[in-house]
Design a protein around this ligand. Structure first.
Ligand SMILES: Nc1ncnc2c1ncn2[C@@H]1O[C@H](COP(=O)(O)OP(=O)(O)OP(=O)(O)O)[C@@H](O)[C@H]1O
Ligand SMILES: [Mg+2]
Length: 257
């Protein structure tokens, strides 16, 4: 079966600096996949390559078998690839609903389409429904700047989701969240996955990775060092070495990432 997303021998250099080297992996449709690795391993760069912020220096990136490297970033949202960013990128002075509606732009074609009164009410209803489904119904009119960090992280996810992606890429969704907020986020993401959206998640919180993701790809210095079940990742000698700089195979309690 064709993977939803596949990277084949992808490399990325910035000037003389090799940031990603010959990375290949598949994201099967319906997967809940983690992309992990130490700081600077190249995780965000992989997201930037998949979402079209960067062009690969070599290799192929395919969505449902179609090579997408030449397709501009903006058009990739329409193809079914949406993402959130490592740092929150909401418009702080706009309301929750307005921020979420910004995520609909790629589907609306242009802003004019969204602003025509008839269409506006349809888009608005859809955004409100999604917020409600995701348990954010109490906040649509509130200005984002006034909301707690955990809620703002969720709004970012909803804004990506409103583009109706096949693949939702989240860059450190639990960063800065407390344990309760993280547990809450996990339920929220499981709910999204249950609707058929494929997840690719960069995350340092290994307990979230273990409970949310079935499969993990691990990067170290821009190279793939592991591609397999999440349940096994913390026992892998190469992974342990990448995080600890030495072989500690069998040390169960090591908190990789
Ligand atoms: N535009 C760029 N120009 C030059 N170097 C870059 C660029 N973008 C990323 N890098 C370098 O590539 C490496 C990988 O960065 P990247 O942000 O992908 O890491 P990461 O795995 O997401 O790390 P973190 O866990 O800290 O977010 C780093 O050494 C970074 O400095
Ligand atoms: Mg990063």
């Amino acid at each position: 079966m064709t993977a939803l997303m596949s990277l084949t021998n992808v490399s990325k250099n910035f000037g003389g600096l090799a940031v990603i080297t010959d990375v290949s992996f598949d994201v099967p449709a319906g997967a809940r996949m983690a992309l992990i690795g130490p700081n600077g391993a190249g995780k965000t760069t992989i997201f930037n390559l998949i979402s079209g912020v960067y062009q690969p220096s070599a290799g192929e990136i395919r969505l449902e078998g179609q090579e997408i490297s030449a397709i501009p970033s903006r058009e990739r949202i329409g193809l079914g690839i949406a993402r959130s960013f490592q740092n929150i990128r909401l418009m702080p002075h706009l309301s929750v609903l307005e921020n979420v509606m910004l995520g609909q732009q790629a589907r609306a074609g242009n802003l004019g389409n969204m602003l025509s009164p008839l269409r506006r009410s349809r888009w608005r209803r859809e955004a409100e429904e999604l917020l409600e489904q995701m348990g954010l119904d109490t906040y649509p009119g509130e200005v984002v700047a006034t909301l707690p960090y955990g809620i703002r992280k969720k709004i970012e996810v909803v804004r990506a989701l409103v583009a109706k992606p096949k693949l939702l890429m989240l860059d450190e969704p639990a960063a800065g969240l407390n344990n309760t907020e993280t547990a809450n986020l996990k339920d929220f993401l499981m709910q999204i996955a249950a609707t058929g959206v494929t997840l690719l998640v960069v995350e340092h919180d290994m307990s979230l990775v273990r409970s949310l993701c079935d499969h993990a790809v691990v990067l170290n210095f821009g190279e793939k060092i592991y591609d397999g079940p999440t349940a096994e990742v913390q026992k892998d000698p190469d992974v342990l070495e990448a995080y600890l700089g030495t072989r500690h195979a069998g040390k169960e309690t090591t908190d990789v990432a």
